[in-house]
Structures are given as structure tokens and as C-alpha cells.
Design a protein around this ligand. Structure first.
Ligand code: PEP
Ligand code: MN
Length: 334
């Protein structure tokens, strides 16, 4: 059960509501976000919601059967829309494409990617400066100094930045330079990181774990929301399966299901989703047909020379063609 509290609820109203919930055999957790105040109450007994609905300080009350609560579509009216400023929004009626390299390699690459984006009307640039790599000998990213340069260049051109944060200690130093924090697949259940990202007022795109279920992804998102941050994007990026013909199995089903089960925007990552350059366009289009609110894809001037994930990266020509096709599919399904 979610109790939406009035913004001006006072301490004594709060106290008496919490004891009422306790007496009904429910465990209340107080959640204070940038948009609202909630009392998430967990319990098994059937209770008459009217007993709570008329209490002082209560704005509304919702029964939520899902294991995850605040990110569930069972209570929120309408979809979450994430506003990055400068008229760049995500979710609801607002569809966004995010492009850029797997890893940020340097100023020349940043400038060339931004030029490609501007030519094709793309407003959000992706790229990693802290890279999770399976091998410790692989390139692990250029780090914070490169993020600072990237941010300066992007701001000048009105481009927003999404980049991966790998650990709690990086949040603060990255904060001024990013528009969306990305949580990678390998950190999808790093609950300490999720807790801390719940305490900042900055959008977070949470990727599904390599072998994570849809419910686990939603529970991870619940960590962020219940710590105070409602600005969450869910990302399907493929899961590990028995198939060896491609890198990951893009779970298109998950896109449709996440859109139904949650009010949060859903982003598709077809690059990691299939991991093979020649199929990325098809999977991207299928994702939008399934209802994705956005697509994040790896793009590089010369994928053959990319320092990471070149095998799943599109060149500018392929990217431009796909961007145009994505907008067409979006028109049909929205
Ligand atoms: C990436 O976006 O480059 C990345 C490492 O993604 P994932 O966490 O999905 O593997
Ligand atoms: Mn990558």
C-alpha cells in the first residue's frame, strides 16, 4: 500500500499515521522525494483503506499488489516524464535517441560525434569514461578529467550527457558534469550504489542485470525511488542466454512488460542487446515497435578503430539511416 502524504503534513500527524499503520500490522517506510512524500506500507492483512484515507495529512491511498511499490504502474496516474532541461524530455510523449561511442576516446572524437548528432537532431550523447570490462587488461576509460572536457564541449552545443557511474565514490565528482547517470548491467544489483543514487536529484538510467529478471530490475529501481529520487529510466540491454550466435539476447518482451508494469520510461539498448553491428538496426526498430521511450546506441566515426565494443558499433551513415527509421516507427506506434 502506498499512502501519498500532503506536502504540508506536520510531525504529529505523521506520528499518529505511522502508529495507525503499525497497529494495523503493517510496516511503514517514509519516503521523501524531489516530488512528493509517501508512506510505503508493507503487510499482508486485508484492510479497509477508508480507515486511513480520512486521516489528517493523507492526500491519497493506493493498494499495490506488486512486490515493488513506488515504481509500479498500479498507483501512479500517467507516465513519468523526465525533464533534462532545454526542452529535452524523456517518457510519455517524448521519445529520445542517445548516441555516442562505447568509450569516450578524446576531444576529436567528441567533436565529431556532436557534429553527427546535430546533423541528425539527436540531443543526448552517450559514452563511458569509467568502463566495466570483463578483462582487467582491457581499456577501462579515460576518467573524470575527460568527462570534464566532454561536459564543457557538450554544454556549448546544447547536448546532454549520459555516462556510467561505477561506484559510490564517483557520484559526487561526476555530478556537475552529467545529465543522466548510467548504472551498468554489472551494477544493476549494487544496492549501495542504488541507495546513494536515490539521494541525488539527477536522472538515473538503470540497466537490467546480465542475468536479471524483470522483477529484479524493478526492485532495483525501487531502491532508487525509495531513497528519494523519482527520476529513473529503465533500460533493457539484453540478457545472457544459451545462444551463441550473438552476444546477448535482447528481450523485446521485457520492453512491453516494463511499460505495462511501471510508469517509468523504458530505454532500449540494441547495441549491447544483440552485440553484432549488422543486426543492431533491426533490433532497435523492433524495440520501438514494442513501446520503448528511447533508444541508446553505440556510434563511432570508424567502429573498426573504436577502443571498445567496435563489433556492435554503427558508423555515422548507419546511424543517420537508423535515426530516420526510428522516428518513422515511433510515429506509427505512438
Ligand atoms: C555500455 O553502455 O557501454 C555498457 C558497458 O553497458 P552494459 O552495462 O549494458 O554492459
Ligand atoms: Mn559498450
Amino acid at each position: 500500500m502506498i499512502i501519498k502524504l500532503k506536502q504540508d503534513i506536520n510531525a504529529s500527524q505523521h506520528q499518529s499515521l505511522a502508529s495507525l499503520i503499525n497497529n494495523l500490522g503493517y510496516k511503514p517506510t517514509y519516503v521523501n522525494t524531489q516530488f512528493g512524500k509517501y508512506l510505503v506500507s508493507i503487510g499482508k492483512k486485508e484492510i479497509d483503506l477508508r480507515k486511513i484515507g480520512f486521516e489528517a495529512g493523507v492526500e491519497d491511498i493506493f493498494r499495490v499488489d506488486d512486490a515493488y511499490k513506488l515504481v509500479s504502474s498500479q498507483w501512479k496516474i500517467g507516465k513519468t516524464v523526465i525533464d533534462l532541461g532545454d526542452d529535452v524530455k524523456l517518457g510519455g510523449n517524448d521519445f529520445q535517441i542517445m548516441v555516442g561511442p562505447c568509450s569516450i576516446e578524446g576531444e576529436e572524437q567528441i567533436a565529431s560525434t556532436i557534429a553527427h548528432m546535430k546533423l541528425n537532431g539527436v540531443k543526448i550523447m552517450r559514452g563511458g569514461v569509467f568502463k566495466p570490462r570483463s578483462s582487467p587488461y582491457s581499456f577501462r576509460g579515460h576518467g573524470i578529467d575527460t568527462l570534464k572536457i566532454w561536459s564543457e564541449m557538450a554544454k556549448k552545443e546544447g547536448i546532454k550527457i549520459i555516462t556510467e557511474v561505477m561506484q559510490v565514490s564517483q557520484i559526487e565528482e561526476m555530478m556537475p558534469y552529467v545529465d543522466i547517470f548510467q548504472v551498468g548491467a554489472r551494477n544493476s544489483q549494487n544496492f549501495n550504489l542504488l541507495d546513494e543514487l536515490g539521494k541525488v536529484d539527477k536522472p538515473v538510467m538503470l540497466k537490467r542485470g546480465i542475468s536479471g529478471t524483470i522483477e529484479e530490475l524493478l526492485q532495483s529501481a525501487e531502491y532508487i525511488f525509495s531513497n528519494g529520487n523519482e527520476k529513473i529510466l529503465l533500460c533493457e540491454r539484453g540478457i545472457r542466454s544459451y545462444e551463441t550466435a550473438y552476444r546477448n539476447t535482447m528481450d523485446i518482451n521485457a520492453i512491453a512488460i516494463l511499460k505495462d508494469k511501471s510508469h517509468l520510461p523504458v530505454i532500449a539498448d540494441p547495441s549491447h542487446g544483440i552485440g553484432v553491428r549488422r543486426y543492431v538496426d533491426k533490433i532497435a526498430l523492433a524495440s520501438v515497435a514494442a513501446g520503448a521511450d528511447g533508444v541508446i546506441m553505440e556510434v563511432h566515426e570508424c567502429p573498426e578503430k573504436a577502443v571498445s565494443d567496435g563489433q556492435q558499433t554503427l558508423d555515422y551513415g548507419e546511424s543517420a539511416k537508423l535515426i530516420a527509421q526510428l522516428s518513422e516507427i515511433r510515429k506509427i506506434v505512438s
